[in-house]
Ligand binder design. Structure first.
Ligand SMILES: CC(C)(COP(=O)(O)OP(=O)(O)OC[C@H]1O[C@@H](n2cnc3c(N)ncnc32)[C@H](O)[C@@H]1OP(=O)(O)O)[C@@H](O)C(=O)NCCC(=O)NCCS
Length: 201
C-alpha cells in the first residue's frame, strides 16, 4: 500500500537515495544538503511516497522566484507562484499512479497553505513520460522554451497549470497534479522567469 505524506528531516537520506536512482549522475552531497535545507524552509512543500516502510517517490515544490535584476512589471499577485522543483518515483514502482498522487498532494498544499493560483515546472523535451503525465493527466499547458536550461545543454519546456482555488470553470473541481524537474542540486537557487504564452500544445 502506498502512503503519500509530508516528508520529514528523517526521510532525507532515503529521498536522496531515491533521487539518485531517478537522476543518475547527480551529486549526492549537494542534493542531500539541499533537501535538508528544504525541510527546514517555510517556502518548500515536500511529500514522500512510502511503500512497505520505504521511500519510493518524492516531490518538492517551492515558491517560483524571479531573477533579482528582472523588471518588476508583473502584477504583484503573479510574482509568487508555486514551482515544482523535483519529482521522482523509483523505477520499480512506476506506472502505479504514484507520481500522480504525489503531485495531487503538492498542488493541494500549494493552494491550501500558500493560496497560489498557478504552478509552474520545467521539463526536458526528451522526457516523454513526464510530458505525458503533465499534459494528458494533469492538464498542464506549454509555455516558452528555455534554451539550454539543463546542465547538459538540453532545453526545457516551461509549463503552467492554473490551480483550482481561483478557477471559475466548474469542470475543474478537484486538485490536479503536476510535476517538474530541475537543473540539479548545483544550481544557484534562482529561476529565470520567462514570458508565459500559453498554447494548447
Ligand atoms: C515521470 C515519473 C515521475 C512518472 O512517475 P509514475 O509514478 O510512473 O507516474 P504515474 O504512474 O502517476 O503515471 C501517470 C501518467 O504518466 C505518464 N507516464 C508515466 N510513465 C510513462 C512512460 N514510461 N511512458 C509514457 N508515459 C508515461 C502516463 O500518461 C501515465 O498515465 P497512464 O498510466 O494512464 O498511461 C517517473 O517516470 C520518474 O520518476 N521519472 C524519472 C524522474 C523524472 O523524469 N521526473 C520528472 C522530471 S520533469
Amino acid at each position: 500500500m502506498v502512503c503519500i505524506r509530508k516528508a520529514t528531516l528523517a526521510d532525507v537520506p532515503e529521498i536522496t537515495a531515491c533521487y539518485l536512482v531517478c537522476s543518475p549522475g547527480e551529486d549526492p552531497d549537494a542534493f542531500l544538503s539541499y533537501f535538508n535545507d528544504s525541510m527546514l524552509s517555510p517556502v518548500r512543500v515536500v511529500f514522500a511516497a512510502e511503500y512497505d516502510g520505504h521511500i519510493v517517490g518524492y516531490v518538492l515544490a517551492k515558491i517560483f522566484e524571479e531573477e533579482e535584476d528582472e523588471e518588476e512589471d508583473a502584477a504583484e499577485e503573479e510574482d509568487i507562484q508555486g514551482y515544482i522543483e523535483y519529482l521522482g518515483v523509483h523505477p520499480t514502482y512506476r506506472k502505479l499512479g504514484i507520481a500522480t498522487k504525489l503531485m495531487n498532494a503538492a498542488q493541494n498544499a500549494l493552494v491550501q497553505e500558500y493560496g497560489f493560483e498557478y504552478v509552474y515546472l520545467h521539463v526536458r523535451p526528451s522526457n516523454h513520460a513526464a510530458i505525458s503525465l503533465y499534459t494528458k493527466l494533469l492538464g498542464y499547458k506549454f509555455g516558452d522554451t528555455a534554451a539550454e536550461f539543463y546542465y547538459d545543454g538540453e532545453d526545457a519546456y516551461l509549463m503552467r497549470k492554473q490551480l483550482p482555488g481561483k478557477q471559475t470553470d466548474h469542470l475543474v473541481l478537484e486538485f490536479s497534479h503536476g510535476g517538474g524537474c530541475f537543473r540539479g542540486a548545483g544550481h544557484t537557487g534562482k529561476y529565470v522567469r520567462h514570458n508565459y504564452n500559453v498554447s494548447n500544445g
